[in-house]
Design a protein around this ligand. Structure first.
Ligand SMILES: Cc1ncc(COP(=O)(O)O)c(C=O)c1O
Length: 378
């Protein structure tokens, strides 16, 4: 299997798996227990919290463990909305967010909050002038993703932050796709809340974190005992907390390594030399994740391209066929990508385990596909 779908999920890094083992077998205590097994587990959770904090450049107390990107986004958005209800009821987001942001916003709309959806340009970048215009004296939160899961386009969060600071409005960013792929430092970005999803950076599925800047109050979504400083009830998932900590430590070690970007660029130039102007790169060609290529194969449907590649190559398409009608990705739609282009989109997302040999195999398949198209081979 050639796996080029790392934005969907990553395998668990072997070093991460190894770090989990002692907490499966020996150190299984409840971190709330005062005996030695409990304290060992507690120390492990706090060590992991520190590893995440180091990667994000914040303090340990500002990291809350969650069950993943969806929960972190829900907590950031609904938690601040409920806390700040007296102050205001208006939230600003964008049209290209993941459903884990859009759906909590829709939920709040039903509860009487009003939501503004910022448009993006043809590269998928938020129009900053629209943000200024959308701000009102009832605005309490801006939530804009750091990097898009489909196109890899990176948003100008620092600029967005300057506007939020000017208006005294909190800023959340869904960094599920960015953490581990590019440097993500909360102070440099100027965010108040930031989402981490473990399974996008070689930790297991079902673990994540939310950075909450000191002094920001977020209403808990899960009530119970006083875990996580009273912000999220439930006995800590020690094994997965340890895994996320280790995954963040390893991610930090890889941040200066440009191999993945070089491999992604190599793949793109290989595709260009086969297809020339019959492919289109979706998203911003410069401000993008180093591992993501969202390519439209003009004149084709994305799903047909994937079928042609073969079942042993894993990538994904944002388009889908329902009763003979092709529906295209809402993200490409929001970018104003013509339907004819959007229907041919395929997302390739490379990762730490991707090899040049694998990319060469995929390029060979594409070269054959192209020759067949031109009728040069049967
Ligand atoms: C940008 C983004 N946000 C949030 C999520 C949801 O994360 P999780 O699957 O950990 O709930 C994903 C996962 O696909 C994502 O890509």
């Amino acid at each position: 299997m050639i796996y080029l779908d790392y934005n969907a999920t990553t395998p668990i890094d072997p070093q991460v798996a190894e770090a989990m083992i002692p907490y499966i077998y020996e150190s299984f205590g409840n971190p709330s227990s005062s005996h030695q097994l409990g304290q060992t587990a507690k120390n492990a959770v706090e060590h992991a919290r520190g590893q995440i904090a180091r990667l994000l450049g914040c303090s340990r107390e500002e990291i809350l463990f969650t069950s993943g990107g969806s929960e972190s986004n829900n907590m950031a958005i609904k938690g601040t909305a409920y806390t700040l209800r007296q102050k205001g009821d208006h939230i600003i987001t964008s049209t290209i967010e993941h459903p884990a942001v859009l759906t909590p916003c829709k939920h709040l709309e039903k509860q009487g909050y009003s939501i503004s959806y910022l448009p993006v340009d043809e590269n998928g970048i938020i129009q900053i002038s629209e943000l200024e215009k959308a701000m009102t004296d009832r605005t309490i939160l801006v939530t804009v993703m750091l990097a898009n899961n489909e196109t890899g386009t990176i948003q100008p969060i620092q600029e967005i932050s300057r506007i939020c600071r000017k208006h005294g409005v909190l800023l959340h960013t869904d960094a599920s796709q960015a953490v581990g792929k590019i440097p993500v430092l909360v102070d440099e970005l100027g965010v108040d809340l930031l989402t981490v999803a473990g399974h996008k950076l070689y930790a297991p599925k079902g673990i994540g974190a939310l950075y909450i800047r000191k002094g920001v109050n977020v209403e808990p979504l899960i009530h119970g005992a006083g875990h996580e400083s009273g912000r999220r009830a439930g006995t800590e998932n020690v094994i997965f907390d340890v895994a996320l900590g280790k995954a963040c430590e390893i991610a930090g070690e890889h941040l200066k390594d440009h191999t993945l970007k070089e491999l992604t660029d190599y793949f793109y130039s290989g595709l260009k030399s086969i297809f020339h102007d019959q492919i289109h790169l979706n998203g911003d060609p410069v401000n993008k994740l180093p591992n993501t290529l969202n390519i439209s194969f003009l004149g084709h449907n994305g799903s047909d391209v994937l079928d042609m590649l073969g079942k042993d190559i894993a990538a994904s398409t944002g388009s889908a066929c329902h009763s003979g009608l092709i529906s295209v990705s809402p993200v490409l739609n929001a970018m104003g990508t013509p339907h004819e282009t959007a229907r041919g989109a395929v997302r390739f997302s490379l990762g730490r385990m991707t090899t040049k040999e694998e990319i060469n195999t995929v390029l060979e398949r594409f070269a054959l596909f192209h020759k067949r198209q031109k009728g040069e081979v049967l």
